[in-house]
Design a protein around this ligand. Structure first.
Ligand code: COA
Length: 277
């Protein structure tokens, strides 16, 4: 099968300095794209640009706080200036911590809503307007999580924000189809990144519990999420819009109340299957 190509295209990846964002920036470069690696920590962004040297695309590190709409406008303008065009965006920047709802402060709520929901909107709006003004088609991809529709204890701020990102995406998909702009989400399950590890499974026991909630019994690698991002941004996904693609090893299917506990039902088998079946 022919692989997708992003040859000559230019994208912004927010939260590009680490984790899924870093892997996605590198994947897009691998597919031939120019990438603005946006994030808060310059050193990390520079590391990603250096790691991408030798790939067929190119990259620029750009310190940007997605919470600041003017900074986002500037980042999009710099992208167009540097690469001569813009073709899309990966809204990957996020902030999360597990906290019982009754303990969550107003500032804690605001911090997460501001990064995830407002930040994704600032970027989608700036990139969308740039595409419309240039009369170019494009693609917007946002990284969400299954708790955006299922909810999940301890993540009321992040779940509410990601739910907003899903409906923002679907609304933009419908409104901007006439401009040739697609908007989709990817919903990764637990992925082996430092950020998620620190925020969501800080101890070995917590890590084990998360693993037991995944029928596939493994974490995702950032590269396999990045691979899907590359596909969704490419012309091969040209008829896919307003979609949320889950890549979670079945985790969102595993929540269960009845019968044998999921962890037991999905425990890797220790005996070989009977022959002849
Ligand atoms: N439990 C409860 N409240 C917390 C918290 C935690 N673990 N971490 C932060 N908060 C609260 C703070 O106490 C503060 O509220 P307060 O002023 O009432 O005390 C509020 O959240 C804002 O915290 P602050 O550190 O000032 O915000 P920030 O904007 O610098 O950071 C975060 C944003 C909190 C989301 C931070 O975790 C972050 O930047 N994360 C990015 C990476 C990440 O989360 N990755 C996860 C990938 S899954």
């Amino acid at each position: 099968m022919t692989m997708e190509s992003l040859d000559g295209r230019a994208f912004v990846v927010t939260g590009g300095g680490s984790g899924i964002g870093r892997a996605t920036a590198l994947r897009l470069m691998e597919l031939g794209a120019s990438v603005t690696v946006a994030g808060r920590t310059e050193e990390r962004l520079r590391e990603v640009v250096a790691a991408g040297e030798g790939l067929s695309g190119t990259a620029m590190a750009r310190v940007t706080d997605v919470r600041d709409p003017e900074a986002v406008e500037g980042m999009v303008a710099d992208t167009v200036e540097r690469f001569g065009r813009i073709d899309g965006l990966v809204n990957n920047a996020a902030g999360n911590f597990v906290c019982p709802a009754e303990d969550l402060s107003t500032n804690g709520w605001r911090a997460v809503i501001d990064i995830v929901l407002n930040g994704s909107w600032h970027c989608a709006s700036a990139v969308g307007r740039a595409l419309i003004a240039a009369d170019r088609p494009g693609a917007i991809l946002s990284v969400v999580a299954s708790y955006a529709w299922l909810g999940h204890p301890g993540t009321v701020h992040s779940a509410a924000a990601k739910a907003g990102v899903v409906t923002m995406t679907r609304t933009l998909a419908a409104e901007w189809a006439r401009y040739g702009i697609r908007a989709n989400c990817i919903s990764p399950g637990p992925t082996t990144t430092e950020g998620a590890g620190a925020a969501l499974w800080a101890t070995a026991a917590e890590r084990e519990r998360v693993l037991e909630s995944v029928p596939a019994r493994r974490f995702a690698e950032p590269a396999e999420i990045a691979d899907i991002a590359g596909f969704l941004l490419s012309d091969r996904a040209g008829y896919i819009t307003g979609e949320v693609l889950s890549a979670d090893g079945g985790q969102s299917l595993g929540a269960q109340v009845y019968g044998t506990p999921v962890a037991e039902l999905t425990r890797p088998r220790t005996t070989a299957p009977a022959a002849g079946r």
